[in-house]
Design a protein around this ligand. Sequence first.
Ligand code: DX5
Ligand code: ZN
Length: 218
Amino acid sequence: MSRTLIAPSVLASDFSRLGDEIEAVARAGADWIHLDVMDGHFVPNITYGPPVIKAVRDRTDKVFDCHLMIEPCDPYLAAFAAAGCDIITVHAEATRHLDRSLQAIRDLGKKAGVSLNPSTPESVIEYVLDRLDLVLLMTVNPGFGGQKFIPAVVDKVARVKAMIGERPIDIEIDGGVTAETAPLVAAAGANVLVAGSAVFKGGSEAAYRDNIAAIRAA
Ligand code: DX5
Ligand code: ZN
C-alpha cells in the first residue's frame, strides 16, 4: 500500500501570518496544504476565497488541496483554478449537477474531488467514478475545526474503497483526525488525512513537525 499523505488544514493556523504558517507546515513535513473555503451559506462559517489563496500560492510548491464548502460552486471554479489550486473538491450536497461540476474542474486542468457530509450515502458517487480524482469523506459536519470525529463514517470509508476498486482515486478524510483516530480510517482505506487542530497545536514549526510525525507514526 502506498504511503499515507498528511494534509494540514490551515483553518487552524494563525491567519495573521498565513503565508509563514504555510511555509512552516510545509517544512515540517506536510504533503499537501488543505484550504477550507466557507461561504456562510452552505456552512455556518466564512473563511477566505481566491484572492487569499493566490496571495500565498508562491510560498510553497506543495499541492494546494482546495475544499470548497460553498453553494453554488460552479460560478467560482475558474477563479479557484486561476488562484493556483491543484485539487478542487466540491460538496455533492452543494451542486445540483455533480457530473457537470466535476467535468468543469477537469476542463480547467485541475484534479476533481467530491466531498460527502457524514450523513450523505456513498451511492451519490456511483455514476461519476470515472470523473473523480479524489473522494473527501467528512468525519465531522463541515464548518468548523476542532470538532469530534464521527466514528460511523469509518464504515463508509471501507465502502468507498470497495466501490473505487482499481481506479486511481484518493480517499481523503477530514475532521477530528488525531493520532488516535487516524489508524481507524487508514485501516479502512483512506490514504490522505486532513488535520487542522492536531497539526497546528503548539504554534511553532517544531511542534508542527512533532504533531505530523505523531499522526504518521500512528
Ligand atoms: C471542517 C474543515 C476541516 C477542518 C478540520 O469543515 O473542512 O478541514 O479544518 O479541522 P480539525 O482537524 O481540527 O477537525
Ligand atoms: Zn476541509
